[in-house]
Design a protein around this ligand. Structure first.
Ligand SMILES: *Cc1c(COP(=O)(O)O)cnc(C)c1O
Length: 368
């Protein structure tokens, strides 16, 4: 059984799940979803092949992907992804936050990985389709949301090294609660001296799985040192703070200003961009400039640095309390609690995302 879902832009075939998760079981799962382990009933699939382009857009029952062992992605890691959230708006409605920014970044990641661009309206429409079909999976509890994971990978069956001639684009969805477990407000970070994440000319600005594969050993090192997250320094000088494994970083100073590392080898976070816009709206100067580990340590000691926080879609805005390095550690602003600027920006951002505050930037898109 299939039907077309009406809507603007390209049409998707809908093949509803023959046996979706029963409502009582779904309610149990939604009560405490954790992060990334619970999935909805459906997924989006769109095929690409050289010559035909994008075709067979559909929403179907979530299921394993049949894959040939010689599929190119398994060997050469030609894969990109996005991360975004749908928020319940009350009365069964839902909204997305800056989905066109994810669509644009997805196209830029595709270009860097020598993959075909998915038209940006098709990207946004695919996400809307999945949210509409799986609307009952959007959690309504405070702080929870439906995490959406669009991704694309090389599916051509060929062991030669070249851009694949075939791709699968998919979207899956996962109801999520808070990202960091544990009660502590702040996170601790380990500054890696041995491993880097991204070099000039590399893939640091692309959201590709390979970047994460390369970051895991450093993240494991952070965990061994009792830290929640790893912070990477630049690859050329091992001196400048770049970002965390999957989050950008901000510093707040005693003169009321903010600083964040400049774009280039870091991932251009949509949360990062939104934080800068919100800060500037409120008259907080923001500098995009290199900041060294030595300066970070000195500023934390002198009190010039008041706060530091990490930001990204999954964990939103997370204060950094302590920093550990092979040469010793230091605390920021007492280490225990989120600072005033961090809390203020987090509230400003999440209130817009959840439709509690007005949206002067036009960031929120109603999808239901
Ligand atoms: C996704 C990601 C971020 C955060 O980007 P958002 O658009 O804010 O979610 C930051 N750093 C890395 C390495 C990422 O992959």
């Amino acid at each position: 059984m299939s039907s077309q879902i009406p809507g603007p832009g390209p049409s998707f075939a809908l093949h509803p799940h023959p046996s979706p998760v029963p409502a009582e079981r779904r309610a149990e799962l939604l009560a405490n979803p954790g992060f990334g382990r619970v999935f909805t009933d459906h997924m989006v699939v769109i095929n690409y092949s050289e010559g035909r382009g994008w075709h067979d857009a559909r929403v179907e029952a979530r299921a394993p992907i049949p894959m040939d062992p010689a599929a190119a992605v398994l060997h050469y890691a030609q894969e990109i992804f996005e991360g975004m959230k749908a928020y319940a708006t009350g009365n069964g409605g839902a909204s997305l936050f800056r989905p066109e920014a994810n669509a644009r970044r997805f196209a830029e990641s595709a270009a860097r990985l020598a993959m075909p661009a998915l038209p940006e309206d098709l990207f946004v429409e695919s996400v809307r389709q999945l949210v509409a079909v799986d609307r009952d999976w959007i959690p309504t509890t405070a702080g929870a949301s439906l995490y959406l994971r669009p991704f694309m990978f090389a599916s051509e069956v060929f062991l030669g090294v070249k851009p694949s001639a075939e791709y699968l684009y998919m979207v899956i969805a996962s109801p999520v609660g808070r990202y960091f477990k544990g009660g502590a407000e702040t996170v601790s970070v380990w500054v890696s001296q041995d491993y880097t994440r991204a070099a000039p000319g590399g893939t640091g600005a692309a959201k590709c799985g390979g970047n994460y594969a390369a970051s895991l050993v450093a993240q494991a090192e952070a965990a061994r040192h009792g830290c929640d997250q790893v912070v990477f320094l630049d690859a050329a000088e091992r001196r400048w703070v770049e970002e965390l494994g999957g989050m950008n970083i901000f510093f707040a100073f005693d003169d009321g200003s903010l600083a964040t590392p400049p774009l280039g080898t870091i991932l251009p976070g949509i949360t990062r961009d939104s934080v800068m816009a919100l800060a500037r709206r409120d008259g907080i100067p923001v500098r995009e400039e290199p900041y060294s580990l030595d300066q970070w340590r000195a500023d934390a000691a002198s009190g010039r640095l008041r706060e530091a926080f990490a930001c990204g879609t999954a964990a939103v805005i997370t204060p950094i309390g302590t920093v550990k390095t092979p040469d010793g550690g230091f605390a920021i602003g007492g280490g225990e609690n989120a600072g005033e600027i961090t809390k203020r920006l987090r509230t400003a951002l999440t209130d817009i995302q959840r439709g509690i505050a007005p949206d002067p930037f036009g960031w929120v898109q109603t999808v239901l």
